[in-house]
Design a protein around this ligand. Sequence first.
Ligand code: NAD
Length: 370
Amino acid sequence: MEFSSKFSRRGFIRTGALGIGALTLSSRLAALAAHLEPNKKLGVALVGLGYYSQGQLAPALQQTQNCYLAGIVTGTPAKAVSWAQKYNIPQKNIYNYQNFDQIANNPDIDIVYIVLPVFMHKEYTIRAAQAGKHVICEKPMALNASDCEEMIAACKKAKRMLTIGYRLHFEPYTMEVMRLGQKHVFGKIISLENANGFNYRGNPNAWRLKKAMAGGGSLMDMGIYAIQGARYTVGQEPIAVKASQEKTRPEFFTEVDETVFWELEFPGGLKTKGKSSYNNNWGYLRAQAEHGSFELEPAYNYGPILGKTSNGPMTFPQVNHQAAQMDDFAYCVATNKPNRVTGEEGLKDMRVVDAIYRSLDSGKTEKILG
Ligand code: NAD
């Protein structure tokens, strides 16, 4: 398919993906509105029809302008039937995990969205790219940084775009925090603390509690947002980390972490504090800069996200994060523009995660490799 043929510039401002903080907020919001002609929408296939696909992504794909729910990949025949009916998906666009690679022959599917347990992200990202599809992979990108590197290399080799499901890059309050921090709007950041977590009382046999399937516990699932948050607010890459952990229910969290605390060290000496939990309902980011402060709370959920600065409350439109994220990626694919959340973003976070787990083992400060 010729992607550039799907692009219409008419009436819309597109500023390109220049990396976090490179644009003003208004130009970033305008960029989010960039759209393709209605008959040029790209087809998305969701792989894995669990909680996130069912509750967020499929509904968001009813609101997207640049892409639509064209196909599904599921191992559960009953889901294939109910989804086909609900979303009007033709039989030829429904795959299972055995015949997944045949998706290569399906021109209806432009983008494959991997919404599987973490241990499956690498395999399905690579298979999707080899099938000639562009890939959205959910967070955390993979079990470790070296798997992320393989995924990036495979997509590059196949000449397919890869993005990670970091929906907050398309959320206006978060975009404002990126600007405030990276542009030193209140001066340099002198302290930052953020946290993300929930009180996990679910199924004790869930994949999220198995180290081999999830890679870790609250740090992988929830802490990844706080690591991202520190990186995109400070606008630098951390160089070292010191971490500790706490377990109030060791009999429940036998394989994975429950609550993790860490301190990231940035070039220049700034140290930021982060924490993740499967035992606390946390979701905030607070930054103190030389001449003022800013914060988000809630900072990481599906919205509404709320925020204020030392000058008063922030007021931005609330958007559907997933719809904005998928629309932007589809636009980038169709117009062959770099997308702002590349695989490298996921890799950089996983390098931090790897170092945090090394620090939990060693009890020492660990360098973040890269
Ligand atoms: P889930 O357990 O509800 O769904 C996983 C799906 O994978 C299920 O449909 C399951 O049947 C399928 N699956 C296929 N093979 C499997 C196997 N061998 N073992 C277990 N399941 C298998 O999980 P979820 O909450 O939908 O999470 C999926 C991914 O989405 C994870 O990477 C998660 O971190 C991510 N996620 C992201 C957000 C976000 O805001 N970006 C929110 C929730 C989940």
